[in-house]
Every structure is written in structure tokens, then in C-alpha cells.
Design a protein around this ligand. Structure first.
Ligand code: BT5
Length: 273
């Protein structure tokens, strides 16, 4: 199947599947091509747009992950989108957004593909069947008029051959998780499931974040595992113990048994790529 035989995304078709009273998904925009939907959402943020805007793009020419890594965004195969948010609590707490998005997206994937299990690899990846299906990139502008952008890349309809060779063993799509001969999924239904779940979970970001963290921990691929922690200033071996109330990761350092909290940087699971 070539790219053009995948039905183009249409904002009205997604909106028709969302509740009228919603915070997230108003307005809904679909662009043909952009550098990165995070750039577009940030532009809306700078222009003073209210929270809730969601921007999809069929193609990103500079889709990015953390640390300027590249995010593969093949046209019409996935859902590449960004949310513009202005949470109504102190900006220091906006780091919660990654955990919130991970849980909302995990629930949305399980709604879009009943029977699948979505696991969270702290802090910003979602895995299906042991492979990465989703990446999340939160970027904020602090200060007066500040805003947060939550960028989400969901692999929906890629077949194995659609991934670049170096990702084939590590990445997957909803379609691949559905089975070897599964037909392409309806991206409108998948997008609506994701946005409905994020919208439904949004109040918990402020009022019941402990429940969000508890679910992220229950879905976590890391807890109890041996890890390598790549902190900004050092790399060390550790075991993941739990998520902290703010969503950071509590680990026990292998060398001296001390407990540490990891809130930035990277972790890799020993024995994984
Ligand atoms: C992420 O970064 O996983 C965050 C990705 C966020 C992408 C969305 S798409 C909409 C919005 N607009 C953007 O420009 N970005 C956001 P990180 O944890 O740094 O992981 C990046 C790594 O994931 C890469 O170095 C690859 O190894 C791998 N990767 C790249 N593309 C992938 C894909 N489509 N599926 C699975 N893994 C991928």
C-alpha cells in the first residue's frame, strides 16, 4: 500500500467523534506538512491562543525527539500531533505533563486496539509488545503568558518495512500490534480515542495526580529492573524502585545502595538495545 492510498486525516471527521464539551481538541487543525507540530503549537502559544488547540500534520520535515533526536514521521502512516496547554497551576509543576500524557495515550491505544496492553517506559515512551510505538516530547515556555506544548508521535499503520532499518527491531505500530495480517486502522477513530482519553484525564493533572502516577507505575516497564541511568553529569547502574509523587523515578544505585531520584536524563534497561 503506498502513502496515497491511506485516507487523509480530516479535522471535522475527528471532531465529530469527540464530545462537544471538551478542553482538549478545540480547535482541531490538520496541516499537510510542517517542520514539527511542536513548532506550530508553540507559535499558537506565543500568539496567545487559548489552551486546548490540537495540531496534526500528515508529514513533518523535522519531527524531533528529545536532545534533538530525529522522530520518523512518514506521511499518513501515523498520528503526529501537538497539544497547546496552559495548566492552571504553578509552572514548576508542569513537568507532570509527560506522565499525564503517557497514561492518557496508553488508555487511548487500548481503546483504539482492544486487547492490546500499553506499557510506559519512563519517562516518555509507550511500548506495545516490547517495542516503541509512541514518543512524547513536552516543551514549555515559562513566565507570564507561558504555555506548554505536548508533542505526541503515534505509529499507527506502518508495516515493518516502513521503518528505517535501524528501528525495525525496536519500533512498532498499532497495526503491527494487531497481528501480522491486520488491515490498516482508521486513523480518525484512533485520533479520537487518544484525544478523548487525554481530555477525560486532564482534570486529574491538577486534582488527583497521585492516581495518574499510580497508573504510570502500574504500566511501567522499568520498576524492579536493572538499569543504566544516564544522568546529565554521570552514568551509573541502578535498580528502578518506584515513581515519586511528582513523576520522577526513584532508583537504588548498584554501587553504594543509595536511593536517588532521576528527573531528567535517560535510562536504558540492561540487556535491551
Ligand atoms: C521521543 O523522543 O520519543 C519523542 C518523540 C515525539 C514525536 C512527536 S511527533 C509530534 C511532535 N512533533 C515533533 O517534532 N515531535 C513530537 P526520544 O525519547 O528522544 O526518542 C527518539 C528516538 O526514538 C530516536 O532516536 C529513535 O531511536 C526512535 N524513533 C524515531 N522515530 C521513531 C518512530 N517513528 N517510532 C519509534 N521509535 C522512533
Amino acid at each position: 500500500m503506498d502513502a496515497d492510498s491511506h485516507t487523509p486525516l480530516n479535522a471535522d471527521a475527528i471532531g465529530a467523534l469527540l464530545p462537544f464539551a471538551r478542553r482538549i481538541g478545540r480547535p482541531l487543525l490538520v496541516l499537510g506538512e510542517t517542520t514539527s507540530t511542536n513548532d506550530e503549537a508553540a507559535r499558537l502559544g506565543r500568539e496567545g491562543a487559548p489552551e486546548g488547540a490540537v495540531i496534526f500534520a500528515e508529514r513533518q520535515t523535522s519531527g524531533r525527539g528529545r536532545l534533538s533526536r530525529r522522530w520518523e514521521s512518514p506521511p499518513r502512516r501515523g498520528l503526529w500531533f501537538s497539544l497547546l496547554l496552559r495548566p492552571a497551576f504553578a509552572q514548576a509543576g508542569w513537568t507532570r505533563l509527560t506522565t499525564w500524557a503517557a497514561v492518557g495515550i496508553a488508555r487511548g491505544l487500548e481503546e483504539a486496539l482492544p486487547g492490546c496492553h500499553a506499557a510506559v517506559k519512563w519517562p516518555n515512551d509507550i511500548y506495545l509488545g516490547g517495542k516503541k510505538a509512541v514518543g512524547i516530547l513536552c516543551e514549555s515556555a515559562m513566565g507570564p503568558g507561558g504555555y506548554a506544548v505536548v508533542g505526541i508521535g503515534v505509529n499507527v499503520n506502518q508495516a515493518r518495512a516502513d521503518f528505517p532499518e535501524e528501528l525495525r527491531e525496536r519500533a512498532t505500530s498499532l497495526r503491527e500490534a494487531a497481528g501480522p495480517d491486520a488491515a490498516p486502522l482508521d486513523r480518525h477513530a484512533a485520533a479520537a480515542a487518544l484525544l478523548r482519553q487525554l481530555d477525560a484525564l486532564y482534570p486529574a493533572l491538577e486534582r488527583d495526580f497521585a492516581a495518574v502516577v499510580a497508573e504510570a507505575q502500574a504500566r511501567s516497564l522499568l520498576i524492579g529492573r536493572s538499569l543504566t541511568v544516564h544522568a546529565p553529569s554521570e552514568t551509573y547502574a541502578a535498580t528502578a524502585e518506584a515513581l515519586e509523587p511528582d513523576g520522577s523515578l526513584r532508583v537504588r544505585c548498584a554501587a553504594d545502595g543509595t536511593i536517588r531520584r532521576v528527573s531528567g536524563g535517560e535510562v536504558s534497561i540492561s540487556g535491551w538495545q
